[in-house]
Design a protein around this ligand. Sequence first.
Ligand SMILES: C[S@@+](CC[C@H](N)C(=O)[O-])C[C@H]1O[C@@H](n2cnc3c(N)ncnc32)[C@H](O)[C@@H]1O
Length: 255
Amino acid sequence: MEFPCGHDGDPVKGQVPDTLVIEALFSSIAGAYDRVNWLLSLGRYGRWLDEAARQACDGAELRLLDVGTGTGELALRLAGRAGPGSVVWGVDCSEPMISRARQKAGRRVRFARGYAESLPFPGGCFDCVCMSFVLRNLPRPQPALAEAARVTRAGGRLIVLELGKHPPPLLDRFIRAHLRHWAPLLGGEPYRWLDLSRQLFPPAYIQDRWLAGAGWVVEHRARLAWGLVELVRASLPGQVGEHHAGRRQEWREQH
Ligand SMILES: C[S@@+](CC[C@H](N)C(=O)[O-])C[C@H]1O[C@@H](n2cnc3c(N)ncnc32)[C@H](O)[C@@H]1O
């Protein structure tokens, strides 16, 4: 798999490849995805997703959306945690990822193929949107964050989980070496993207600007595993999205 910025290219000059390249990349690793995640994170992956699900589920009868759901691990956790009457959707651009998610989740979660930048839902219909390890893979994260805001009700939340940019320097060097050398060994050539995408992803203050530009107010930023992973919880201010109220009510009654 070729990346426009080259495996060893200067990440400052590099850029996230087009969505279709990213989609093909994830489709090619769907079969091994869960196993490689577990190995690369030394078994900790599930705990980070558990924390994201805990932050997302704050009541009964929630409408929850997992964008870039992959093999559905977070969506499944949301379904396990959300109160009675809740509905969980998972969306991903990669068909092989979605079919693996469907096999695991059965009827507990509804899945749809779709793009983070143009979600197949009416405005304001979710209480919470989650994106775990997705933002770093988008050539243009801002439209996806704006789209997440569009489908979230006024007062709803966004949970973003991503590889951290600010671990202590020694740990950072270890993580880089780990991702650079072990990831391709364990998962094959497409896993070179993991280290590169982490380098290309901007620091927290830029991410916060993106979020604010899309209408989100950051409430909480937590460093998990000494900063290896960061979790952001943001909310959508009161009035935003109220004009979607009619369609939202209609949609919620149907689902
Ligand atoms: C690193 S995986 C994360 C999967 C899952 N959220 C997890 O935590 O394991 C990134 C996922 O985002 C999906 N993805 C990438 N770009 C996307 C886009 N523009 N729209 C929807 N999904 C996208 C990929 O297909 C892949 O399944």
